[in-house]
Each structure stands twice: as C-alpha cells, then as structure tokens.
Write a protein that binds this ligand. Structure first.
Ligand SMILES: Nc1nc2c(ncn2[C@@H]2O[C@H](COP(=O)(O)OP(=O)(O)OP(=O)(O)O)[C@@H](O)[C@H]2O)c(=O)[nH]1
Ligand SMILES: [Mg+2]
Length: 423
C-alpha cells in the first residue's frame, strides 16, 4: 500500500577484538624461554537479516541498539582468545538502510538477504608473532581493534497483510484500535474513515502482520458509490480479507444482506478477490444473546467463522491468532527462492589519511595506521622500532612530508603521539 512508511533508527555496535598477550615460556632449565603470547579473538559482527516473520520496524522503535559479543584476550602458552559470536538482527523483508546523511547502503528486498551493519574488530596478535631475528624477546603485543559502531536510518514501505472489509459503521476502526497501536477516528456514523489506516499487530512470539482498516463499503461501491473504487484498490494487495458484519445492523441492512453485498461488490470489482483467503466475522457480538452467538448461522442467516466484540473483548484474541495463522500460511506459499546474498559495504576503508590540525599539529586517521600503533606497550625500544617500520611501510612518513610536516611537529595516531623527524 503506497504511502505508508515505517521509520526507525538502528545503532549497531560490533564486538571489540581481544588483546594479544605478552608472555614467555617457562622451562625448568631455561632462564627465559621464547615468546608464547597467544592472539586475541576477533569481535562478532552485527548482521541484519531480512525475514518475512516481521512486518514492521516496531522493535527498533522500542530499542535501537544491537550489539555483538567481543573477542576474549589471548593468553600465555600460545592460547588464543575465543572469538565473539555474531549477532543476527532480524529486519522485515523490504527494509532499506541509509546512512544518517541519507545515502542508501542496502535494500534487503528478499528474505534471507544479509547486510553487515558493523564489522567486528580484529583480535590483537600476541607477542609470539613479533619474533624476528633482531627481536628475540618482543616486549609488546597488539591491542584488539575496536568493533565498528554505526547509526543507520531504517525505512520500510508497509504492505497490508489483512484488509478489514465491511459496511460503514461496522466497527472496523474500533477493531484495529484494540489489536494494534493504531488510533483511528471512531464514531457512531457512517464513513468516519476516509482513508485506510494501518496497524501493526504483534504476537507474543514476535510474529507480526499489518492490518488495514478500509473505509466502509456499500452497495454499488464497485460502480463508484459511497467512497467508491479508490479504496477497493487497497484491498487488492492484502493476503487475507476479513468481512466484518455489523450485528446491530446500524445501517438498516441485515447481517445476511451485508454479507451478500460485500461478496457481490468485491466480485464485480475484481473476481480474483473472491479466491483470496477470507474470514467472515460478526462484530459487536456483545449486543447479541449468547444463544445467537453460539448458533449464529440459524439466526443470522450467515455461515460466519466467528463472532467478536471489540468492546467486551469476546474472541478478539482468538481472531488475532487466527489471522496470524492465515497470514503465515500465505507468506510461506508466496515465498520465492530464499536469497542469502550478502551485501558488503566497507564502512571503514582501509588505508589512512593525514589531517592538519594546526600549524605544527597533524593527525593520521585510518584503520591500518591506527592498528600499527595500538600496542600493549609503546614505550620499549623494540615496540618503537616496530611502529616506525610499519608506518614507513604504509607510506605514512611520505604522506606527512607531502602534507608539509617539518621536524619537531606533533603527530597523533589513535592515542599514540610523537614528534615528526624527517629521516
Ligand atoms: N456495542 C458495540 N459497539 C461497537 C463495537 N465496535 C464498535 N462499536 C461502535 O460502532 C460505531 C462505529 O465504529 P467504527 O469503528 O468507527 O466503525 P467503522 O467500521 O470504522 O466505520 P466507518 O469508518 O464509518 O466505515 C462506534 O460508535 C463504536 O463505538 C462493539 O464491539 N460493540
Ligand atoms: Mg472507520
């Protein structure tokens, strides 16, 4: 149903990588053995997965935060830290993800589609990995990389799973107001509802479906009478139709006649609508004698599936569950092949860039450069030598020179600071 859009925000925080360990072998007859610090485990990703079980973004409006587990730290004796588990966050099929600037990052159009919303940090390498000919007893290990953290705007075009069809004043808006958070106008006169209202129904097991409350339908609607054809179009895309028949016969039309007219008008408009899964429900059953409710067909002349009252709550829960069953069945039947295409968008590009903060102050930003200085101990001579070699290798020195750095300028990378000197 065009025009109904659900919006929410998501904050995805991936797990941090565990730190690598600094440790040395202990052996009975060796003074100080070689390094044996294990690596930290990597942090888990936050992955969005599209599913047909959800129909709205309500769960994100309630709680926008989704976080994955961090990796454990490495330990001595070459023991690596355990990796943090990924978090799969379910979103309804059709969810579009945008950055806060409005750029489209992913369109999860098919069930099963996945999007990595925040990538887990890598675990730090233990000191074992820094063993080199010149460096027999590495005094440092890498720290874990922080997990990515991103805000997104989520957007979903709502599609009605269930359409409530009935005479004016039959209690359609009242029913949607008791099963969802929708708060349509309710009044004791016909044509109170002029445009369809949508409500999201959520069951205890998190199953969701969308119900549309359609303006009242009268005899001749398929030829344009009453509010006419316009809203009949909204019924076309619903999976399940509910006929709500007014037990008070407030428009002077008997329950049986309401039923006949609804069938006729839908059939005239689009014959396929009569093959759509349909439930016939008598509404306002609180005004009826219990006998009539129990043996409805005899008295009302209609083979109704159920009698409900939005006022006394009679059978409201039962109808809610019955509709969930019908919607679920229809979704399964119409489901296409499941897609598991992962869309990867690298939100934190590798490499680095140099930013000038003042006349003699620079900052180097970027994953690779920040990784090279994130060590457990940056004060020892072998750690400093390692950092220098890495930065030269990445081209950070050259980039600083190009940016105009001169001897003695302050340079910061992550939490590491040093004075620039041209070799
Ligand atoms: N006794 C009783 N009255 C009800 C019940 N449900 C709705 N009503 C009343 O019926 C009248 C019409 O209700 P609405 O929900 O506005 O009906 P509607 O089908 O949306 O009507 P339109 O939008 O005009 O097509 C209101 O006065 C409601 O209070 C019910 O279960 N029992
Ligand atoms: Mg209404």
């Amino acid at each position: 149903m065009a025009g109904f859009v659900d919006q929410a925000q998501l904050h995805a925080k991936a797990g941090d990588g565990g730190a690598g360990a600094v440790s040395f072998r202990r052996e009975a007859h060796v003074d100080k053995g070689g390094p044996d610090g294990g690596d930290g485990g990597s942090g888990g990703d936050v992955i969005l997965v599209a599913t047909d079980e959800m129909a709205s973004l309500l769960s994100f409006a309630d709680q926008p935060f989704r976080r994955a587990e961090s990796g454990a730290h490495g330990m001595g004796k070459q023991r690596h830290g355990r990796s943090g588990g990924d978090l799969e966050a379910l979103v309804p099929t059709g969810t579009v993800l945008r950055s806060l600037d409005g750029e489209v990052l992913a369109d999860l159009a098919e069930p099963g589609m996945r999007f990595v919303a925040a990538k887990g940090g890598e675990g730090g390498r233990g000191n074992t990995r820094f063993l080199a000919n010149k460096r027999r007893a590495p005094s440092f290990a890498e720290q874990g990389e922080p997990g990515e953290e991103n805000w997104f705007n989520l957007e979903l075009k709502l599609k009605a799973d269930v359409a409530l069809v009935g005479y004016p004043n039959a209690g359609k808006s009242t029913f949607i107001s008791v099963i969802s958070r929708a708060q349509p106008k309710i009044a004791d006169y016909p044509f109170t509802t002029l445009k369809p209202n949508l409500g999201v129904v959520r069951l205890a097991d998190d199953f969701e479906y969308v119900v549309a409350d359609i303006p009242g339908l009268i005899e001749g609607a398929s030829e344009g009478k009453g509010l006419g054809l316009e809203f009949l179009r909204h019924i076309e895309r619903a999976r399940v139709l509910v006929f709500l028949l007014d037990a008070t016969e407030s428009q002077g039309t008997s329950v049986a006649e309401q039923h006949r007219v609804l069938l006729r008008e839908l059939g005239n408009y689009l014959p396929e609508l009569l093959d759509r899964p349909r439930l016939v429900v008598v509404s306002k059953a609180d005004v009826l004698d219990e006998e009539i409710v129990r043996h409805g067909e005899e008295y009302l002349g209609v083979a109704a599936d159920m009698a409900i009252s939005s006022i006394s709550s009679l059978n409201v829960e039962a109808l809610k569950r019955k509709l969930a069953e019908m919607v679920s069945k229809s979704r399964i039947e119409s489901a296409g092949p499941r897609s598991s295409d992962a869309i990867f968008i690298n939100l934190t590009p590798d490499g680095f860039k140099v930013v000038r903060l003042g006349e003699h102050r620079f900052r180097v930003l970027g994953r690779a450069a920040e990784r090279s200085v994130a060590l457990s101990d940056v004060t020892t001579a072998d750690a400093l030598e390692y950092i220098q070699t890495r930065l030269r290798h990445l081209g950070v020195d050259r980039a600083l020179a190009r940016a105009g750095a001169t001897d003695g300028d302050e340079v910061a990378i992550g939490e590491f600071e040093f004075d620039y000197t041209r070799d």
